[in-house]
Design a protein around this ligand. Structure first.
Ligand SMILES: Nc1ncnc2c1ncn2[C@@H]1O[C@H](COP(=O)(O)OP(=O)(O)OP(=O)(O)O)[C@@H](O)[C@H]1O
Length: 312
């Protein structure tokens, strides 16, 4: 049995479809849930946390229906998006409160241990109101971990953290996965999740459109066919060379009297790697190189095609 399972899950709010026929199962380790704002990530996490019920399909966490069975919370830790701490209480008080609520036997020792783990021992008896965003995030993580849950759900936990805090939290979450916990972390930034997750699920407009190891997902997202606009001196010569080398499939001048040339690249990364060298060889001075049509719909269409190609 997988620790976390969504089967054929759809969720709609009035006429908004937040999730559409989503299925996945998660075992031990960190999984990244990647998607743009409004993709449906929080909805998926809320369904797993039992905060809401699916309109269709089934949700199971540790074999239980999280909406119907509060016993699930013995094995489940949740770090929600937004504020969940009280400014006037100390970190220790807030974590101990959660420990008692979850029935942890030695709640004092468990609180001290988890505050140490998240790096808050030095600030444990200070009021959270004076904490930085990163420290408040650690309090939330300590609250989620104090009863030693097997499953951990985190909604955009790295939002608003500085780079050093991000690195520390990425290491901590990776370690929690390596201990055999099932950790699901949502994010809208691939580079963030790929540093901690062995597997990534991509949600676009409520649909699960790709899943796999982070390298493969990066290729799908970044190294996809793209229209690229080149602008500079002798740019037509450069475009001709790109065509001759098979790096682009077509070349056309931009319309409306604009100075650029549009090229269709089947693999955007290969093009980006070759352009500086070929520009030197053609004595082209490039002023701008930019992707065209980088809208969400084109990414979505590409991912859906890629997912179909993989036999989904
Ligand atoms: N309680 C609700 N009532 C109405 N619509 C909702 C509700 N919750 C979510 N939605 C809608 O469902 C869709 C998915 O939202 P969700 O919050 O799950 O996305 P998300 O990927 O977490 O995005 P974000 O990162 O912006 O939070 C959005 O269109 C959102 O407006």
């Amino acid at each position: 049995m997988s620790a976390v399972e969504l089967t054929g899950v759809s969720k709609w709010f009035a006429d908004t479809v937040a999730l559409s026929d989503v299925s996945f199962a998660l075992g031990a380790g960190v999984t990244g849930l990647l998607g743009h704002n409004g993709a449906g990530k929080s909805t998926a996490l809320q369904l797993l946390a039992g905060a809401t019920r699916p309109s269709q399909g089934t949700v199971r966490v540790l074999g239980l229906d999280p909406h119907a069975d509060p016993a699930v919370h013995r094995g489940l830790g949740i770090v929600a998006d937004g504020e969940a701490t009280w400014a006037h209480a100390t970190a220790r008080t807030q974590v101990e409160f959660l420990a008692r609520q979850r029935g942890v036997a030695d709640h004092r020792a468990a609180t001290a241990a988890v505050l140490e783990r998240v790096g808050l021992t030095h600030a444990a008896d200070r009021r959270v109101g004076g904490f930085s965003k990163g420290m408040r995030q650690r309090v939330k993580l300590a609250q989620a971990l104090v009863h030693d849950p097997q499953v951990l759900l985190l909604d955009e936990p790295l939002n608003g953290l500085d780079p050093a805090q991000r690195r520390a939290d990425v290491d901590l979450l990776a370690a929690l996965g390596q201990e055999g916990r099932t950790v699901l972390v949502s994010s809208h930034v691939l580079s963030e999740v790929e540093r901690m997750a062995a597997r990534v699920l991509v949600v676009v407009n409520g649909r699960l459109v790709a899943e796999g190891e982070p390298g493969g997902i990066r290729e799908l997202l970044v190294d996809r066919p793209r229209t690229v606009r080149l602008e500079g001196d002798r740019v037509l010569e450069l475009a001709g060379t790109l065509l001759a080398e098979g790096l682009v499939g077509s070349v056309r001048r931009e319309g409306g009297g604009r100075p650029g040339v549009l090229v269709e690249a089947p693999r955007a990364v290969a093009l980006a790697e070759a352009v500086p060298r070929l520009a030197r060889e053609c004595s082209t001075t490039l002023r701008r190189v930019e992707g065209v049509g980088e809208d969400l719909e084109s990414v979505f269409a590409h991912l859906v095609r890629a997912a179909r190609g993989a036999g989904r």
